[in-house]
Design a protein around this ligand. Structure first.
Ligand code: HEM
Length: 421
């Protein structure tokens, strides 16, 4: 077991040994203060709740330009105390996504998602979720078990987003294949590479066609609403911006939700008392999920760059400094959370956790994520009397073999084999 001194030396972006327990790693960093200059990289890591909030809410001093790839090279030399103009003047790349936009450009891109998250749209989508989850869960229960993460959770969330967007039924399988083959965001085996671009490029091809068709011949569907949406100032978005907003939902809503299903199910399978509690009182599913999001949310970190000389807490931050906002660590900050390492349902103000971020870039899909994970957990509890880990794959309690996705963004199991009875 590495000591705190050894842990703090590790490179968060490439060292797989940090994957098993990133919380220990972030605790070793927290010991040096809520804002810490990494030794292995010219990056500052924020582990404090208040400090993380400060950065996420301060879009004036902190740009999302390098999100979600904190190691990408800056195409200019940092000079002086303000680089906002230089960041804004970097030519945009066709694959740049709204999570890296700032200011008005960001607000405009985000407004294109509004047609998707209306109550009526979410309601229709929830009906699809329930039917699809019912069908999937019945099949795996009949089989006595399954590998949950890749065979159930990932296809489920893919189809939920495809339905939300109104992707034609005949194209949905192609989307699923592309996504199944994609590496995780924040891939530790290729940090700084753009290997996530390929799946998005494939999807861009489909969405470009959908948007062009809907603009030429509008239909009564959500894709048409997106294709014909205007920016808040009344201007017409470039078709590519609509395409990017649509396909970003797959990038943002895929691994995140699928891994939350995995993290939640593992906790239930490992804690039979907790499982029984939820079986007896389904109203606990919501508070249960919030505590999983706080303690083991599926997004470990997000990233910013200081667009001017500024401060985080009482630490001075020069312009151009890269910032890792550890959502995982902020959600376990003992200054904010009582007994933070303990799983406790019913914590007061639990929804203040930062698993979905905060501020201008706060997760647009949070309501959908909460709904889809609750729906599928409920189906599993409905159709089973017992959910346990498959020891043939994971070994006995106390000496489990558990594999995590090699990602510095996503906290999630690479696979989870469960027995269902
Ligand atoms: C458990 C599941 C999820 C988690 C933990 C999660 C987490 C996050 C976080 C932390 C951010 C903020 C990033 C930042 O500030 O830099 C974010 C942004 C975003 N998420 Fe999620 N997300 C989840 C599911 C989803 C789903 C299902 C969708 C849509 C289908 C979605 C769509 C988005 C979008 C569009 C953004 C970008 C918002 C912007 O830049 O304005 N997310 N998500």
């Amino acid at each position: 077991m590495a000591s705190a001194a050894q842990l703090v030396e590790k490179d968060y972006f490439t060292d797989h040994s940090v994957l098993l327990d990133p919380y220990d790693y972030f605790e070793s960093i927290r010991a040096h203060g809520p804002v810490y200059q990494m030794r292995s990289r010219d990056v500052v890591v924020v582990t404090g709740f208040a400090e993380a909030l400060e950065v996420l809410l301060n879009t004036r001093d902190f740009s999302s330009w390098l999100n979600p790839d904190p190691l990408v090279a800056l195409p200019f030399e940092v000079e002086g105390d303000d680089i906002a103009a230089q960041l804004a003047s970097v030519p945009s790349s066709p694959m740049e996504l709204m999570v890296s936009y700032d200011g008005d450009r960001h607000a405009a891109a985000r407004s294109l998602l509004n047609p998707l998250f209306t109550p009526s749209r979410l309601k229709a989508n929830e009906a699809f979720m329930r039917a699809y989850a019912e069908d999937m869960v019945r099949k795996v229960v009949a089989a006595g078990g399954c590998e949950l993460v890749n065979k159930v959770a990932t296809p489920f969330v893919t189809m939920v987003i495809a339905d939300l967007l109104g992707v034609p039924a005949e194209d949905r399988e192609a989307f699923r294949e592309v996504i199944d083959a994609a590496p995780p965001p924040g891939n530790m085996d290729a940090p700084g590479s753009d290997d996530v671009i390929h799946p998005l490029m494939v999807m861009a091809g489909y969405f470009t066609r959908y948007v062009a068709e809907r603009r030429a011949q509008p239909r009564d569907d959500v894709m048409t609403e997106m294709a014909l949406a205007k920016y808040p100032d009344g201007s017409t978005p470039d078709a590519m911006e609509v395409v990017k907003s649509a396909m970003f939902l797959f990038a943002a809503g895929q691994d995140t939700s699928a891994k939350l299903i995995g993290n939640s199910m593992r906790r239930l399978a490992e804690d039979q008392v907790l499982q029984q509690q939820l079986r007896e009182d389904r109203t606990l599913i919501g508070p249960f999920l919030e505590e999983v999001l706080r303690l083991e949310g599926s997004t470990k970190a997000t990233f910013r760059i200081a667009s001017c000389k500024t401060r985080i807490g009482d630490v001075e931050i020069p312009a151009g400094k890269r910032v890792v906002v550890s959502l995982s660590a902020a959600n376990r900050d003992p200054r904010r959370w009582d007994d933070p390492g303990t799983f406790r349902i019913g914590r007061p103000r639990i929804k203040e956790h930062l698993a979905f971020g905060r501020g201008a870039h706060t997760c647009a899909g949070a309501p959908l994520a909460r709904a889809e994970v609750a729906v599928i957990l409920e189906r599993f509890l409905d159709h089973t009397t017992s959910i346990t880990l498959d020891e043939a794959h994971h070994g006995p309690a106390g000496t489990r073999t558990i594999e995590y996705e090699p990602s510095y963004i996503i906290r999630g199991l690479a696979n989870l084999h469960i027995k269902l009875a």
